[in-house]
Design a protein around this ligand. Structure first.
Ligand SMILES: N[C@@H](CCC(=O)N[C@@H](CS)C(=O)NCC(=O)O)C(=O)O
Length: 264
């Protein structure tokens, strides 16, 4: 199996946690969206949203984290076996999927940084469109979706709806943890795999006092999740802003140079 992913992407982290918890063999193929590598024609041709993660298993190619999680869960029996409530697992993964993690993360990035990357990305799309006329429509759709995201980030209603949705998720998790150790029962399931990266993102954005401190069961759950090997493997190396800088700074330098020399 091959997972096309990027370590800072929350949706990729969900899938990797599930793969690690299931102890499956997989190869990581790193695609850096900060450097617009997700827009390279070879990758884009197979996945015209240009989004990560993508899972490839022989002839099977799956885009989008939710179906990937479900596919992984189906291999050799689901995570949690009979110790989790499988309908609840599905409810959780869908609920988490409906919340747009990108809006949440990007709304905490400075406007200047966003502008720096989005201008570059736009130029890359336009250059790729000119060089690959067969993909022009798909690149055009990508430009539209990038524009839609920029508009969302400017809309205070969208941002507050996104935050409210997150609060509902956190409150529901807090309630659930009053009766079970994990989100869908008494063992780790893909519900937890999809939820844990959210807690890690909250920590990364320094929002623990505001979002987790008032929810003591979630805080305790998070400290249990952090000692799991899957968390250490997938998230720990990127769990602080300083650690993230090791990925972001070289990408910024690369983008700055390509802008300087108009290498798109
Ligand atoms: N609904 C998709 C969302 C995937 C997504 O938004 N991926 C982001 C990283 S978290 C991405 O690939 N962004 C690349 C881009 O915006 O061009 C999923 O769950 O897989």
């Amino acid at each position: 199996m091959e997972l096309y992913q990027h370590p800072l992407s929350l949706n990729c982290q969900k899938v990797r946690i599930a793969l690690e918890e299931k102890n499956l063999d997989y190869e990581i193929i790193s695609i850096n969206p900060l450097k617009a590598k997700n827009l390279d024609p070879d990758f884009f041709r197979a996945n015209s949203s240009g989004n990560l993660p993508v899972l490839k298993n022989s002839n099977v190619v799956i885009c989008e984290s939710l179906p990937i999680l479900q596919y992984i869960n189906g291999i050799n029996g689901p995570l949690g076996d009979d110790k989790v409530h499988h309908e609840k697992v599905q409810e959780w993964v869908k609920k988490v999927d409906e919340w747009d993690a990108r809006v949440f993360t990007l709304s905490h990035v400075s406007e200047r940084t966003l502008r720096f990357f989005s201008r570059f990305k736009r130029r890359v799309v336009i250059a790729r469109m000119a060089k690959n006329p067969d993909l022009a429509n798909k690149y055009h759709n990508k430009l539209n979706s990038m524009h839609a995201m920029e508009e969302k980030l400017k809309s205070s209603e969208e941002l507050s709806a996104n935050e409210k949705q997150l609060i509902v998720l956190l409150d529901e998790a807090e309630d659930q943890l009053g009766t079970t150790e994990f989100l869908a029962g008494f063992e780790f399931s893909i519900a937890d795999a999809s939820f844990v990266p959210i807690l890690a993102r909250i920590q990364l954005l320094k929002l623990v006092p505001e979002l987790l401190k008032p929810r003591p069961r979630l805080l305790e759950y998070f400290s249990r999740m952090k000692v799991r090997p899957s968390y250490k493997e997938v998230i720990q190396g990127y769990s602080s802003q300083l650690k993230q800088m090791r990925v972001v700074v070289p990408s910024m330098c690369n983008v700055a140079l390509r802008k300087l020399f108009s290498r798109y």
